[in-house]
Design a binder for this molecule. Sequence first.
Ligand code: SF4
Length: 459
Amino acid sequence: MVARHTLGPELTGISSPDPLKFAFAGKKSAHTQSGSIPVPAEQTQDVYRQLMDSPANPKLLTNGKRLAYIHIPFCRTHCSYCGFFQNTTKKDEIARYVDYLEREIRMSAQDAWTQEGLFHGVYFGGGTPTDLTPEQILRLGNAVRESLPLANDVEITFEGRFHGFDNDKIAACLESGFNRFSLGAQSFNTTLRRRMSRIDSGEFLLERLDYFNSLNNAAVVVDLMFGLPGQTLDDWERDLYTFLQSKAHGVDLYQLILLGSSRMKQSIEKGSMPEPASSPERAEMFRMGVETLSSHRVGRLSVSHWGRDTRERNIYNHGVKSGAEIMPFGSGAGGNFAGHNAMSLRALPAYYDALDAGKKPIMMMSKATGNKPLLGTIGSGFDRGWLEIAKLNHAGGEGMSDHCMPLFEAWQENGLATIHHGILDLTLPGQFWNVTMHQALINFLEQHPLDGQNTEKAA
Ligand code: SF4
């Protein structure tokens, strides 16, 4: 058993009268990371082929779910906070890209791995899928339905911006089977939106949400960001109430993580943009978000995601956090399948060349070293905000729950979680710090293996 006093504050947080604001030094990343070993570049195609020619390993299917991610790496403008911009939207280039992307999707239909099980979530993300034409949406939507075995309740999401997502494109989405729209509002405040290089006004967004609602078809969820430069608590409250008055079915609340490469960071450093909210201010905004949505009885689907009615299910996003297998398609797409992580080529010429040569356009691949069922169980718990402690034994081996208990008890002492009836329940501070705590548990398991096996145990 690991002694409680040997665990450092980077794992346990610190004791504070206000853990929401001060338990940890600050949130550094939006995602957790776990161990992997790179596959040498010259072996990636052989390894990939071997994996695809074998049926899927049911032990790797966390929650029995499989997902597909399809990337559209074009944006009309470069949002100032974003570090993921790839290519400027150009009609001819998108047309060429869609030809290749369709080919990549259809190629995978012949693989034993693809046909071995059902896909429960498909996500068209970017970039900006809403920059596709109606014809391109239909082609890609049909390619997915004709190539991937889909569960009969599959969630198929089309992500994008309100800008340029006209009625014909929406109709094409519905015709080709999309049943969920995830739209990056970020804020309904026009001034704040323009600071992020988002083109349309808040009023325009509300008009479009009214239009979606008039169709009475497919779930519509919006993202709202807190901690933006110059955003006050009053601004944030107005955004929350605007969501409540809107016709959107769900909302994702996420905090700004200022990326080093973003134009926003450079503008702040030059003094041409106000400072973003500090970590304690973001914590206060998170509290306001949770309390406002709870008091209006909006159902909570994860620590950061809410659904107003039964239309919103959040299958893909929860699957990603739970370690579900994800097959990536498209330039710059990332995924994980058959115990491996892969990232596709980001440069379009290289992406096209690989497909011309009949290859999966992989830029890099690594073999995950962690115990996938255990990491999936932990990821699922942190996404929901509660973890069934005994399940750690099923996933990580007998004794795993007891092994982790000193860390859980330290979190309880520091106001980040409670333990009762076998459930580790994140408190409001724990929900705010959930990525930090999730990463802390992964680090704890890597630093303190259970009988030398835990996260390295073969899945
Ligand atoms: S936030 Fe989305 S739309 Fe904006 S630049 Fe980044 S990828 Fe493109």
